[in-house]
Design a protein. Structure first.
Length: 313
């Protein structure tokens, strides 16, 4: 590593990490430039810059023009923003930040499970609006004995399951492959929805998961069913979910992620039985700092010895 190592910062992600990169390397902030200047910068760095750092959920494809690029260090675990086919063809290695955000995202998933089952957001409004003096707040649903279905039981899904166990919930899941875990495996999302009281979706983004949570899955979840999504917005068929929430064919939903963030379909905002969060699963000081450390450490290891700590394979 030398002070002369050049790093391209593709976009804005975590200010503290960007400051650390700025003070350690010769950084070039691509996102601050207009298109013609971006091309000029990339041309000027050709042969001199091997590393780019980017948010994982979005990455400007202009970066692939830099022929000397060898590493994209992504901030985030879901690398749906990086074109992995292109990086593979161009021999660009990619790292992400797995593991360090599992607890933070799992905490938020449980917050959405609790908030939807006990109707916490409406109860808060009910108290503030003085409605209590007119009668009691409607009953919620107990966690104990209910089945929590997890669509995408990987690192984050496992952390959610561990949290659901002490709530005395039964745990079921659907992945493409079953895992050696003491939870009920379902061959399909329909089967999982059928046996779930609450379906928590932690699926990654990408074409393979597009609209997997569709009308047929929601119908199986049924009128007392609850859907929580902390994975990626593309996995939900929004029209089907809005219809199901509006008609009462499912009870409620809690969403942290959406197809075209930061846009949220207006129809959701007209419904009282959906909680809408602004993609805050990993948004704690501690988690974001740990993600930033992993980005930094991957870059450092690569520049010092050509090794990587968390390469996307
Ligand atoms: P992971 O360990 O790779 O887990 C993903 C799981 O999904 C795996 O168990 C995988 O099992 C399953 N899966 C993948 N494709 C599937 C498909 N087509 N059908 C059914 N199951 C499928 O990933 P993770 O670290 O838990 O992260 C999961 C996702 O959470 C990320 O990709 C990201 O999009 C999202 N995320 C959101 C936030 C937030 O702030 N809300 C924060 C971090 C991450 P199989 O391979 O056996 O199918
Ligand atoms: C984002 C995420 O990085 O890791 C992921 O895949 O979705 C999040 O942790 C975070 O939301 C930054 O905006």
């Amino acid at each position: 590593m030398s002070m002369q190592d050049h790093i391209i910062i593709v976009n804005q992600f975590h200010p503290e990490t960007l400051e650390r990169l700025d003070s350690t390397y010769k950084t070039h902030h691509l996102w601050k430039l207009r298109h013609p200047e971006q091309n000029q910068l990339l041309e000027s760095l050709e042969g001199r810059c091997r590393v780019a750092a980017s948010a994982s959920w979005i990455c400007d494809p202009i970066i692939y023009r830099l022929k000397s690029l060898e590493l994209i260090a992504a901030f985030g675990v879901g690398v749906d923003g990086v074109d992995l086919e292109t990086t593979q063809n161009l021999n660009i290695r990619v790292t992400n930040t797995p593991g360090v955000l599992d607890d933070g995202v799992a905490d938020l998933a449980m917050a959405l499970v609790l908030a939807t089952m006990r109707n916490i957001v409406a109860a808060n409004k009910f108290s503030r609006d003085g409605q209590w003096s007119e009668g009691p707040f409607p009953f919620g649903t107990s966690m104990a004995g209910k089945t929590l279905g997890i669509a995408g039981l990987g690192r984050i899904g496992s952390a959610i399951a561990l949290r659901a166990e002490p709530f005395k919930m039964n745990i079921a899941y659907h992945n493409r492959q079953p895992r050696r875990l003491p939870y009920t495996f379902c061959e399909s999302l329909e089967d999982l929805a059928q046996i779930s009281d609450i379906l928590v979706c932690v699926l990654p983004g990408g074409d393979e998961t597009d609209n997997l949570i569709n009308a047929s899955v929601l119908k199986k979840l049924g009128p007392s069913g609850i859907l929580v999504n902390v994975g990626r917005g593309n996995s939900i068929d929004d029209d089907a979910l809005i219809d199901s929430l509006r008609s009462g064919s499912i009870k409620a939903a809690g969403l942290d992620v959406y197809k075209n963030e930061p846009q949220i379909p207006d129809a959701y905002k007209t419904l009282d039985n959906v909680i809408l969060l602004p993609h805050i699963g990993s948004a704690t000081e501690e988690t974001r700092r740990a993600m930033g450390h992993l980005v930094f450490d991957n870059i450092k290891a690569f520049l010092q010895s050509g090794t990587l700590i968390s390469e996307v394979k």
